[in-house]
Design a protein around this ligand. Structure first.
Ligand SMILES: [Mg+2]
Length: 408
């Protein structure tokens, strides 16, 4: 009997086990004990009080009541008692996702992600794919006993957090806020540029720089890419406004100008980029890696800002990060929703050498960042030096406060 015949005989005698499982008994054990997905649920979380009415700078006239906690959460269960959590997916999509996922191994998330993208095409609900992927990875991390950023290959244990306000306010109030944030340890803040008159936007930045001093990073955001079309409420910038603003900001050491023109005005954005010295940032509303390929090819933005729930989940965000790295761009994701999406992105940032900041939605006193994280027993915090430390428990590293799950 030659060597090949020996192995063939051996293989046929030990069917249905593979030769590998015979030679490595632990592998056979692992295969038989692989976790299987059993169910998917979406919860509404109780709010723990209302904090006041506020409107976003890009949606004037659409103020609504802000709360502590609240929102929705997705949970995926397995037959091993381990479950994973994520931002709340659309309840309408649950049955379709169950058909795809129940009985599957959550470790096969790469294959499952591609299948979800295929079957989800008609519904065009990319947010759901992102939610499912986050929950699957939370399971994987918990089974492995490692926080996700370590599992994926850690690059850093903490990252500078910047305070991102959604409100438009007076120049004086923004300057006062900058001083308070700096006293708390924050290293930077983002300010909305949505005043009807450009001079009021510029005065805001001037007063903030004056009040905060030199060692404080100022980001600016015009939010002109909210619509996939050509209209949005509030002030709409044309090329001249964008150019004049970009040039005026140069006097105040502004780190970046975000979304100065419409989402798909790639030619205008590239022209603006060529004509100014300021760093342009954007991408939070761009969906999928393909749009970022075009953004890079056309020299649209210097800093890419993909968002996990828009750019097709963990697979999508990872692809954009690799694309950015290969083209020497910084990749600083959009906030990810302020709850579990932000935390999933925090772990991804922990693996990236080209991401120096995490965006944290923070609008004190009505909507401090702690409001969104109030659904968690062990929320991440911005420390006294302005850093957010990567969660250290397995998976996403955060636990849901189950007393806050609303009865269904
Ligand atoms: Mg933005």
């Amino acid at each position: 009997m030659n060597r090949r015949q020996f192995f063939e005989t051996l293989s046929s005698r030990v069917a249905p086990f593979s030769l590998a499982s015979l030679l490595f008994p632990s592998l056979a054990l692992a295969q038989s004990e692989r976790p299987r997905i059993t169910d998917i649920k979406v919860y509404r979380m109780k709010t723990q009080g209302e904090t006041g009415v506020m409107e976003s700078a890009w949606a004037p006239g659409q103020a609504y009541m802000r709360s502590i906690g609240g929102g929705t959460v997705t949970e995926i269960f397995t037959d091993q008692g381990i479950s994973g959590i994520a931002p709340g997916m659309s309840p309408a999509g649950i049955n379709r996702m169950k058909q795809l996922l129940v009985g599957q191994d959550p470790f096969d998330n790469e294959a499952l992600g591609h299948r979800m993208r295929y079957t989800n095409g008609a519904a065009n609900n990319w947010r759901d794919v992102g939610c499912i992927e986050i929950a699957l990875w939370d399971i994987v991390g918990k089974v492995a006993g490692q926080p996700l950023y370590k599992l994926w290959g850690a690059q850093k244990d903490k990252v500078s957090a910047y305070s991102s306000a959604i409100q438009l306010s007076t120049p004086e109030e923004r300057a006062e806020l900058a001083v308070r944030l700096k006293e708390q340890g924050w290293q930077g803040m983002k300010i909305r540029l949505h005043h009807l008159e450009m001079r009021e936007d510029i005065r805001t930045i001037e007063l903030v720089r004056e009040a905060a001093g030199e060692n404080f990073t100022i980001m600016t955001d015009a939010n002109q890419a909210q619509s996939s079309g050509i209209w949005q409420p509030g002030i709409q910038w044309d090329f001249k406004r964008a150019l004049d603003t970009a040039r005026a900001l140069n006097d105040f050491d502004v780190y970046w100008l975000e979304e100065p023109l419409r989402r798909y005005d790639y030619a205008g954005l590239a022209e603006l980029n060529r004509a100014t010295d300021i760093t342009l940032a954007g991408g939070e509303n761009n969906q999928g890696v393909q749009e970022f390929v075009e953004i890079i090819e056309k020299q649209v933005y210097d800093i890419l800002q993909p968002e996990i729930l828009v750019t097709e989940g963990i697979q999508g965000l990872r692809a954009v990060a690799a694309l950015g790295l290969a083209h020497h761009k910084l990749v600083i994701p959009h906030h990810g929703g302020g709850q579990l999406g932000t935390i999933a992105q925090l772990h991804m940032i922990g693996t990236w050498p080209h991401c120096p900041w995490v965006e944290i939605m923070n609008d004190p006193p009505i909507s401090p960042y702690t409001n969104g994280f109030a659904i968690l027993e062990n929320p991440p915090v911005v420390d006294s030096e302005g850093y957010m430390v990567m969660p250290q428990e397995p998976g996403l590293g955060v636990r849901l406060n189950r007393e806050l799950i609303e009865d269904t």
